[in-house]
Write a protein that binds this ligand. Structure first.
Ligand SMILES: CC(C)(COP(=O)(O)OP(=O)(O)OC[C@H]1O[C@@H](n2cnc3c(N)ncnc32)[C@H](O)[C@@H]1OP(=O)(O)O)[C@@H](O)C(=O)NCCC(=O)NCCS
Length: 139
């Protein structure tokens, strides 16, 4: 991900989340030495989706991942998460964690397919009272 991708990233972000990240969130990820912000691009160079991960020593956390609404269900999300898992491994990561809304069945199905397991829940974690599921991948 580069600064010039942020217009497209912010458009996908606001179409995907009720409390979207701001430009500042993404700029911070671009500047962070612990950050791993990536985009998936279409053959024409347009942004199809993106993922932000942070890694400190052997622990990585996926913070944000989304795919353009019109391009979902074609494997872009899987590609992004697989790329992040490989990157974490390549940097000495042994565990990758994330949080997901209990009602987000598409995302949970994706993470389970790729080997993530539920490790716990945070009750009423989100603004609408929804629980968060904590998931972990240990390769
Ligand atoms: C979650 C998200 C990133 C998935 O991206 P995607 O490109 O549509 O996912 P993929 O096409 O790579 O699908 C991969 C797997 O996800 C699951 N999946 C994707 N869409 C699904 C759907 N509509 N119903 C059920 N499972 C689905 C399947 O397990 C699929 O595996 P398969 O390809 O072997 O069938 C996308 O739906 C999205 O941007 N959602 C809004 C943002 C969001 O919720 N992000 C996650 C926050 S934790």
């Amino acid at each position: 991900m580069r600064e010039e991708d942020l217009e497209a990233v912010l458009e996908i972000e606001s179409a995907s989340f009720s409390r979207p990240w701001t430009r500042r969130h993404f700029s911070d990820e671009l500047a962070s030495p612990f950050g791993y912000p990536v985009v998936a691009v279409m053959p024409d160079g347009s942004v199809a989706g993106y993922l932000c991960m942070k890694q400190v020593l052997d622990e990585a956390e996926i913070l944000d991942v989304a795919v353009s609404v019109s391009l979902r269900g074609r494997g872009v999300g899987r590609l992004l998460v697989e790329t992040a898992l490989a990157a974490a491994r390549g940097r000495g990561g042994t565990v990758v964690s994330l949080e997901v809304r209990v009602g987000n069945r598409e995302a949970i199905a994706l993470y389970e397919r790729l080997g993530f397991h539920e490790m716990g829940r945070r009750r009423q974690y989100y603004e609408n009272g929804e629980d968060a599921i904590l998931m972990e991948y240990t390769g």
